[in-house]
Design a protein around this ligand. Structure first.
Ligand SMILES: Cc1cc2nc3c(=O)[nH]c(=O)nc-3n(C[C@H](O)[C@H](O)[C@H](O)COP(=O)(O)OP(=O)(O)OC[C@H]3O[C@@H](n4cnc5c(N)ncnc54)[C@H](O)[C@@H]3O)c2cc1C
Length: 321
């Protein structure tokens, strides 16, 4: 069967010709280039969109970023060190972005319970032989985060994290700054108990945007062994940094602050003797109450306890969570 020539020209050619009839023959190569360009660009954006992760790569407070558990070093039944590695290496140096005068934490999500808990990253890294080392200035270790963790027998999240296998993915968001050391402050008395020590270490170990003034740490613990390698890091800080001292109150050596209250009282500096000083308190509830009076969450509550006796007030003393 054959079509009359006139039908072919008017119908088939119009329907199947690649070029619209309005485009003159001399412009058809331009048309081809435009169509190819649009197709290539479309394909590029489609592939890029497929390739790009559906979660943020860098740590940010608004959205959860995916990390995996790459190391867990058990110290004892209740304490461990944790290394979390972002699924995609990060370019931002969080230790530069959040300088050492800011005390910050991240939130870890427990998806089954739909709860989050805060944990305090430390500017440290593991070497190949699992030694903990301070991050050097400018290093971000591809965004890996190191934590000192305590798991409670009755607790939910820290115990759950400890039970997770290597490479398990966890969602993290942050940084959340809880306290910023005010300008002009050049002496910090840091009263810490248990994992509260991490806040003091976070400030002192940041070499990317360092805190260069004085800090005196008064740390209470059941035994120094529960700090694992952090104890050596604390000792090195005191040895190498003339602006840093620590005093340990160790229950296992009968030097806990309860039995050594008088000695402790003598050690706590009077507010009037320090110009440009702040006292920070971080630890369990009963510890905070003894040192600085009850913390009324989410507010501070008046300064009480030993700090009040020594003249500290809400203007120069702060209770951390
Ligand atoms: C800003 C900030 C930073 C923090 N940084 C760290 C950190 O770096 N490392 C770390 O290990 N923790 C840190 N914490 C504490 C952490 O957020 C959790 O509160 C802790 O892990 C307990 O949570 P959980 O779900 O395991 O226990 P939960 O289920 O909350 O607690 C259940 C039970 O555990 C016991 N328990 C829980 N917390 C305490 C406590 N502090 N003292 C005594 N008993 C307790 C109690 O019996 C409690 O009833 C931080 C908290 C804040 C607010």
């Amino acid at each position: 069967m054959s079509f009359p020539r006139s039908v072919f020209n008017t119908q088939f050619k119009r329907l199947y010709s690649f070029f619209p009839r309005r485009i003159p023959t001399k412009n058809r190569s331009k048309y081809l280039v435009t169509i190819s360009g649009v197709t290539v660009a479309g394909a590029y954006f489609y592939i890029e969109n497929k390739r790009r992760p559906k979660y943020p790569v860098e740590l940010c407070p608004e959205y959860f970023t995916k990390y995996k558990i790459t190391k867990r070093i058990d110290i004892d039944r209740h304490h461990y060190l944790l290394e979390l590695t972002p699924l995609i290496p990060q370019a931002n140096n969080i230790w530069e972005q959040v300088n050492a005068r800011k005390l910050w934490s991240v939130e870890v999500k427990q998806p089954e319970l739909m709860v989050v808990r805060n944990y305090t990253p430390l500017p440290l890294k593991f070497t190949e032989d699992d030694t903990l080392k301070q991050l050097e200035a400018g290093q971000n270790n591809h965004g890996k985060l190191i934590f000192y963790m305590k798991n409670y027998d009755e607790g939910e999240v820290a115990k759950w994290i400890r039970s997770l296998p290597q490479n398990h993915q966890v969602d993290i968001r942050g940084p959340f700054v809880e306290y910023e050391i005010p300008k002009g402050v050049n002496v910090i008395n840091f009263f810490t108990a248990g994992t509260g020590l991490v806040s003091a270490l976070q400030v002192m170990l940041n070499t990317s945007a360092p805190y260069t003034s004085t800090m005196h740490v008064f740390h209470s613990c059941k035994q120094s062994k529960e700090l694992g390698p952090l104890f050596g890091i604390l000792q090195d800080l005191q040895k190498n940094n003339p602006f840093f001292t620590y005093t340990m109150f160790d229950s296992s050596k009968h030097t806990d602050i309860r039995s050594q209250w008088k000695t402790f009282e003598l050690l706590v500096p009077s507010a009037t003797k320090i110009r440009g000083g702040v006292s920070l308190v971080c630890g369990p509830e009963d510890y905070i109450t003894a040192i600085a009076g009850r913390k009324l969450v989410p507010l501070q509550g008046p300064i009480g306890g030993i700090l009040k006796q020594k003249g500290w007030t809400n203007d120069n003393a702060f209770k951390l969570s």
